[in-house]
Design a protein around this ligand. Structure first.
Ligand code: LCS
Length: 399
């Protein structure tokens, strides 16, 4: 049976794996070496000048990284993939690959804080203009297109307000205007959303999150056409040097084997926690695409296979209430990052989104008291009991 027709869990374990030619190791070996020995100078020239495929130096790739890239490309329905040293490396490398001198990019008004810092602080410095839009408003995207526009970038679900962008609808605009559409799909993972299948050109992930799942690796991936990925590797990865180490590529592949079963548990626990919070008298609003109250629930249902474990919520009592809550959780850890098997809680305005000013945050609905949770795969009763007792502490404070 063709592996294409097999289910996600089977594909995660078998697809893109190559047999170890040295001794048949069942698990892909870690090629922990910086350089590769050539048989003769003719081979050295062919490989170093990219006339032939092979490994020369680990900044340009390693067999362990190569296997990871094959797996990501297959998971994302892409011709090719590139693995790099962090999610930010994936985002900046993809954006630079799609850029041109004096070009212009259309970007969303809500994204991960460091992506926003790249838009604000670095792209303009090198003469690349950006226009912020509400990516839910297709007319705004169309109106922002200029002669020098190269790229439309979206992040869906968005960090931290879980805004959903209709990937297919935006891709119709980018295709009609010959623009590159890049999607940060970190919050969904390839198990829940495949932007290329929906019409995007390029997908990026912070592999640090759900792809790894165990909180042990900082890494990123880019998937797209072979032409785009080749360009991202040479000259961008080649010169910027955001390489992933063979050991991290190996750890990531270890984590990815269980992506399907982990995401199923994240989705189940996520929905249960969101429903609990939505019913709680001390919670003003829950931002979770799996809830019918989410303004883009229907779009999320159309383009995602599940809603994941990420959500934010506003506690009555603002920042003071949020602080008491975060200091009171016992099963959830107070930590930034997300997508781990264990549950995390963070304060977006002062942690992941500190790069935005209060004014900028308020404009896009990131309230001062907003708390973000990454729901893990612990037993659901323990998670709900923990949230419940932390909210009881808020109640006791009588704010
Ligand atoms: N994209 C999204 C949606 C993210 O949430 C993050 C990191 C990145 C890209 C960057 O990935 P990294 O370079 O860290 O692998 N988000 C974080 C957060 O919310 N707290 O800590 C990191």
């Amino acid at each position: 049976m063709s592996k294409e027709r097999m289910g996600l869990n089977t594909r995660l374990l078998h697809e893109g794996s190559s047999k170890d030619s040295l001794c048949g190791a069942h698990v892909t070996p870690i090629y922990q070496t910086t350089t590769y020995v050539f048989d003769n100078i003719e081979e050295a020239i062919r490989l170093n000048q990219n006339q032939d495929q092979g490994f020369t130096y680990t900044r340009f790739g390693s067999p362990t990284q190569h296997e990871l890239e094959n797996k990501i490309a297959l998971l994302e329905n892409a011709e090719a993939a590139l693995a790099v040293g962090s999610g930010m490396a994936a985002i900046t490398t993809a954006l630079l690959t799609s850029s041109k001198k004096g070009g212009h990019m259309i970007v969303p008004n809500i994204v991960y804080g460091c992506t926003y810092a790249f838009f604000e602080q670095l792209l303009p410095k090198y003469g690349i203009e950006v226009t912020y839009v509400d990516p839910g408003n297709l007319e705004q995207i169309e109106a922002a297109i200029k002669e020098n526009t190269t790229t439309v970038y979206v992040e869906t679900p968005a960090n931290p307000t879980l805004n959903i962008t209709d990937i297919e609808a935006v891709s119709k605009i980018t295709k009609a205007n010959n623009l590159t559409m890049i999607v940060d799909s970190t919050f969904a993972s390839p198990a829940l959303q495949n932007p290329i299948t929906l019409g995007a050109d390029v997908v990026v992930h912070s592999a640090t999150k759900y792809l790894c799942g165990h909180g042990t690796v900082v890494a990123g991936v880019i998937a797209g056409s072979k032409e785009f990925v080749d360009k991202a590797r040479f000259p961008y990865l080649q010169t910027l040097g955001a390489v992933i180490s063979p050991f991290d590529a190996w750890l990531l592949m270890l984590g990815m084997k269980t992506l399907g079963v982990r995401m199923k548990a994240h989705c189940e626990n996520g929905l249960a926690v969101a429903k609990f919070l939505e019913e709680h008298p001390l919670v003003e609003r829950v931002y979770y695409p799996g809830l019918e109250s989410h303004p883009s629930h229907e779009i999320a249902k159309k383009q995602m296979k599940g809603f994941g474990g990420m959500m934010s919520f506003d506690i009555k009592g603002g920042i003071e209430a949020g602080k008491i809550f975060m200091n009171s959780v016992k099963v959830f850890s107070l930590a930034t990052s997300l997508g781990n098997i264990d549950s995390l809680v963070q304060h977006s305005p002062t942690m992941s989104h500190f790069d935005m000013s209060k004014e900028e945050r308020e404009k896009v609905g990131i309230k001062d008291g907003q708390v973000r949770v990454s729901v893990g795969i612990e037993d659901i009763d323990d998670l709900i009991n923990d949230l419940s007792q932390a909210l009881d502490e808020v109640k006791k404070a009588n704010l």
